[in-house]
Ligand binder design. Structure first.
Ligand SMILES: O=C(O)CCC(=O)C(=O)O
Ligand SMILES: [Fe+2]
Length: 144
């Protein structure tokens, strides 16, 4: 048995929503609340919908932008090519993300209002935010 190789390091998406197609090789994993890696097995004619950081902040953390990664099995050497397609749905750069009061309710507000474009810039310019390893998240950028 070969070892697992991290194809795409753990990160959260900076989008609002991401729609992912992965082929039957699989490898996408999502991290549960208690830190366990769970396989997102490919399922015929199905797409994965992932909550991104913008929706996470907009919902005051009620909708979780979960960490995920892609693992490649070395024993799959005979067919090493994995195909995936990701569609990142974001907002315009000048849109402000601020959880509505009705959503925050009696809870603490977790994030300062921020411009979408500023957050994208922060992620693109931060060293850890380039998918090498654990990226920065919206908590680092706008967390209160
Ligand atoms: O390749 C995949 O299945 C997921 C890709 C992904 O997480 C990303 O591009 O942000
Ligand atoms: Fe992702």
């Amino acid at each position: 048995m070969g070892e697992d190789v991290e194809g795409l390091g753990m990160h959260t998406d900076m989008s609002c929503l991401t729609i992912v197609y992965q082929d039957d090789i699989g490898g996408l994993q999502v991290r549960s609340k208690d830190g366990k890696w769970l396989n997102v097995d490919p399922f015929e004619e199905s797409l994965v919908v992932n909550i991104g950081d913008l929706l996470h902040a907009w919902s005051n953390g009620k909708l979780r932008s979960s960490e995920h990664r892609v693992i490649l099995k070395e024993c799959r050497n005979e067919n090493p090519n994995r195909v995936s397609l990701a569609f990142f749905w974001c907002f315009e750069d000048n849109k402000v993300i601020s959880a509505p009061n009705e959503v925050v309710g009696d809870e603490f507000r977790c994030y300062k209002p921020f411009l979408c474009g500023e957050y994208l810039k922060f992620r693109e310019n931060s060293e850890r935010g380039k998918f090498e390893k654990v990226g920065f998240t919206v908590k680092d950028f706008a967390g209160i």
